[in-house]
Write a protein that binds this ligand. Structure first.
Ligand SMILES: [Fe+2]
Length: 328
């Protein structure tokens, strides 16, 4: 059957990474990049960060976990199960307009025989997980409540996730994503990331990956290089959500970078200076009028691009430039 699954998310909402040392990773994204820590879940060794764009722009999970049992401050018996995952991308999280659209796409995916993973209820959102042709995981999710801070905060650390049966109840067709978020700032941070905007992925099978993001993901191909080795894909609420690179360009397949927009050129310039003085290693930087970006590397080797929101930073050339900077 030739039917497109077409999840068609609005935009990339978050990235979730497996990390070698959760405390170190939280410190990097909080103190160096400027994302606020909004939630911890001790039982799954996870932390979530955002400045208010979504419930989390970044999820961090300890890659290796040994089983442990403890009694928390409320006297409750808590248990952490073993985990042994490689560090790097856990999944990219794609924000749907509403749950009805998510469930409709999930039903089409079942009909067309697309490989599907779990469906989960996170209270703040409901999610469908599935792998792309290269084996990277993607979460298509719909927000389930307007005030996510009621659940995602630092007061409670109970695990919010449970299995979700998309057929169990009539799906909610009301959008719950935040239209004009009041963005917070981490004043003492070196950089002042506002929110995640896009990710770069190096594809083992570039054409199959491109087809996956268009036909299954429902993203729009907005630009592709003449040599067919780089393309830009996006949902309707973003300029670019994903930069897809051909493995021929000389990079390891998988996540190439995560990109976060900062508040402006002056902010980025002074952050860059401050980072140099603090001895923070800058992988590469672009410093031209209207086009500024700084690439850092997180403690596990994930490249993090901090850039000003001008359109020159969002085209194919900028994508190639980031890759060149990472490779050199
Ligand atoms: Fe997620």
């Amino acid at each position: 059957m030739n039917m497109r699954v077409n999840f068609q998310p609005r935009r990339l909402g978050h990235a979730n990474l497996y990390v070698g040392d959760l405390a170190k990773a939280v410190e990097f994204y909080n103190i160096v990049c400027g994302l606020e820590l909004v939630r911890r879940e001790e039982e799954i060794a996870a932390a979530f960060l955002t400045n208010g764009n979504t419930h989390h722009d970044l999820g961090l999970m300890q890659a290796k976990v040994v089983p442990e049992t403890w009694v928390d401050l409320k006297g409750r018996q808590r248990h952490r199960a073993a985990r042994d995952m490689p560090v790097g991308l856990n999944h990219l999280g794609w924000e749907m307009d509403n749950e009805q659209q998510l469930v409709d796409a999930w039903r089409r995916a079942k009909t067309t025989g697309v490989a599907l993973g779990r469906t989960l209820d996170h209270q703040i959102s409901r999610s469908v997980y599935l792998p792309d042709p290269d084996g990277n995981f993607h979460e298509f999710y719909a927000d389930a409540m307007d005030d996510w801070r009621k659940v995602f905060n630092l007061e409670e650390d109970d695990v919010v996730t449970k299995p979700w049966d998309p057929e169990a109840v009539e799906p909610d067709s009301t959008p719950h994503w935040i239209e004009n978020p009041d963005l917070r700032d981490v004043p003492d941070a070196h950089f002042h990331a506002q929110f995640i905007t896009h990710a770069g992925i190096v594809a083992k099978d570039y054409n199959a990956m491109k087809r996956f993001f268009i036909d299954v993901g429902g993203l729009t191909l907005s630009e592709e290089a003449e040599d067919g080795k780089v393309c830009l894909l996006r949902g309707p609420a973003a300029s670019v959500d994903l930069v897809l690179f051909h493995e021929d360009l000389g990079l390891k397949a998988g996540l190439a970078f995560l990109a976060f927009v900062v508040s402006g050129e002056e902010a980025l310039r002074s952050s860059h200076e401050r980072a140099k003085q603090a001895g923070i290693h800058v992988i590469s930087s672009v410093d031209e009028p209207g086009r500024r970006s700084v690439t850092l590397r997180d403690p596990d080797g994930v490249n993090v691009v901090l850039y000003t929101g001008s359109s020159g930073n969002l085209g194919l050339e900028a994508g190639r430039e980031v890759i060149d900077g990472i490779r050199s």
